[in-house]
Design a protein around this ligand. Sequence first.
Ligand SMILES: Cc1cc2nc3c(=O)[nH]c(=O)nc-3n(C[C@H](O)[C@H](O)[C@H](O)COP(=O)(O)OP(=O)(O)OC[C@H]3O[C@@H](n4cnc5c(N)ncnc54)[C@H](O)[C@@H]3O)c2cc1C
Length: 610
Amino acid sequence: MDSDPQADGEGIATGAAPQTVALTLADDGFYHPASEDQLVALVKMANEQGRQIRVRGAAHSISHAIYTDPLGDLVNRVSWQTPPSGDNIDVMLDRYRGWRVKDEARKLVEADAGIHLGADPSDPTHTATLETSLLHQLWQSKGWSFSNLGGITHQTVSGFTATGSSGGSTQYSVNDNLWGFRVIDGRGEVHEVSLDDADADADQLYAMSPNMGLLGVVSTITLRCEDTFNISGQEAVTSIDGCAVDLFGPGDAQRPSLEDFLRDAEYTRLEWWPQRGAERVLVWQAQRISPEPDFKPVRYQEFTAHPDTAETFISLLYTVFGNLDDLSHARSQIARTFERVDTLLELMPELKELGRVGELLADFLSHGAEFGVDAAIELLKPVAGLIEDEIPVIFPKLLSIFIPLDADKSGSEKGQPQRFQDYAWQGLPMDNEADDEVLPTEFTEVWVPLPRTQQVMQLLNTYFTEPDDSHESYRRTGLYAWELYAAKATPLWMAASHSSGGDEFKDGVFRIDPYWFAGNPGDPSLTFYPQLWQLLRDHGVPFRLHWGKFQPASGPGDRGWVDFFAARYPRWNDFLALRAERDPNNIFLTSYWRDRFGLWSEPAPRRAGS
Ligand SMILES: Cc1cc2nc3c(=O)[nH]c(=O)nc-3n(C[C@H](O)[C@H](O)[C@H](O)COP(=O)(O)OP(=O)(O)OC[C@H]3O[C@@H](n4cnc5c(N)ncnc54)[C@H](O)[C@@H]3O)c2cc1C
């Protein structure tokens, strides 16, 4: 381990800027404060001038959950890097990324709100590197870590906690590492809440994650770390029948039910491909192992077949299949993948063996390599209808090339799952290597009580398999994977895995996370996700939704979904009461969050004194 740069309890220098700089709008449309004092000054300025103020983290949530109004300026998308126009205040904390040890014995670390958990490849300032990230520094200098991490670690510590994000485990959660928050309310007053407080005050900590940016600007977060650990694990790719987990049934002596598997596995997530003819499942699972001095990581590989081309080709495929109505509309996305067209050409022999559509895709690639993106698009336009008709036939064949079953591997690999071992900070976020720009992915994420797992899996399976028409079945499944995982129950007020102790959520939650390719046209909260939300609602499943991902669209006065979710959170009204107290001038309250909570009668921010 390296020496400890924080041993004296001082934060890493964050490049303090003069107050005037912090209060000046930068060319990128953001304010960039470098200290808590400067954050306070910004909040006071917003309050006095009657302007909204919001902070962005790594912008990995849908943009409407992050930025100020007018949200109509923005497409509601993940990874939206620029704020809306207008004179509200959007803040980026790239200059506020220090951390310090507060209590060595208890492993309490205070992190400034802008620090990222890991590297963020999409960070527009290019400063969120591995070396500046919290997890890497903690591991190197202290040998400390957190209980669990999400599937990626690009997020900031404040953005992750503001939406109640979570890794896949019913046994371990980073929520258990949360110890304290410093938060600046709408008047510019700093509040400190911590589990060191007396009981009633400590309860306030449970209000702070998720907070959706509605309880104030978070300045610092204190985490109680634990000794770092390593993980070892495996990923098996099997048919549904060949899976070691009974996906839809109650389980038997040979294999556990999905619910039991999620209870027993230390860390796990499944990727289910339910598309007709392509049905398969990837079961990633890992357990803790002690860190040994001569430990050598064997990294998990997300795409084992065609590792150099899989992501780019899948992106191209989704772009083409999703935009067959108007391929020109997807020109920029196609052009981005064509930057790597030379490597894609290696796939041509395999594509040509897939019949008429395979040949068309191979011609599309070679035409693009020779004549450019516009010529390639023109080539496909006349056959777009044919490709559309053939999707249920060609898709299973294409998936078998890029995500083959273990049983279809060759040589000594045949039938063998992929095995890996890694440092926890590097291995738990198994999707970190996926490229946000090549394969931009968006989500909705449903959280149901763990004992509902079988009911929900059966509902989905029936919904996908019942149509006689394959096109209808594909409309229901989409063309992307459905991630299935879990989270531990928590007393955090607004967490989607909140439990008050004796309710249905007390054993944790089962999470269903259907991926959506962001290069598809349209808004999935209007076109794709409503079927899932409505299916569960119609069948009386008491679900909650991830706060940073797509939620049902609703506008002023429309209480349908507001009341549905209000009934699912026992601390909903407590949260709203605290919000009103912390933000009396509604400077953190945007139209998106008004719609989520039904707060349409709250007045817009007023200039102080008016
Ligand atoms: C590829 C990908 C993989 C993902 N994997 C997972 C996963 O495994 N598990 C999971 O649960 N989620 C996952 N997510 C969701 C992600 O964790 C959340 O969207 C998270 O909030 C993003 O953090 P961020 O730093 O990007 O914050 P942002 O998205 O920028 O912001 C999130 C919220 O926090 C607020 N905020 C940020 N900083 C502050 C502050 N200092 N004070 C007040 N408010 C603040 C913002 O205004 C916004 O409301 C994933 C998302 C993507 C795109």
